[in-house]
Write a protein that binds this ligand. Sequence first.
Ligand SMILES: [Zn+2]
Ligand SMILES: [Zn+2]
Length: 127
Amino acid sequence: MLRKTKQRSIIMDILRETRNHPTAEEIYLKARLYMPKISLSTVYRTLRSLVEEGKILEIKVFGENHARYDYPLEQHQHFYCRKCKELIDLYGDFYYPNNIPHKVEEIRTIFIGVCKDCLKEENDEKV
Ligand SMILES: [Zn+2]
Ligand SMILES: [Zn+2]
């Protein structure tokens, strides 16, 4: 039981500190630094239960095989760069249609495009 609590708190800490939406494998590599005996399947299982409890977010990007995980610090949306594959946090007010005839509990939007760093690189290449 104690072990389980420790695994959960390590995974939560990793997600709170890394703001780049790591995959389960990336979380596993980091978690091993703190708990050398942790297994990848334990990481998957722990992530799944944290997601079910609403403690962390699971984000699936269309076209990617691996889900990414996020610690919900503040309400935010995401921008996905199709060039560098970064998933970037977007804060601010977004406007959504208010004529949805259902009970909306959560809004998860992924904006897809080219991030400003990649755009800059593209422009530099042209010069
Ligand atoms: Zn990019
Ligand atoms: Zn995020």
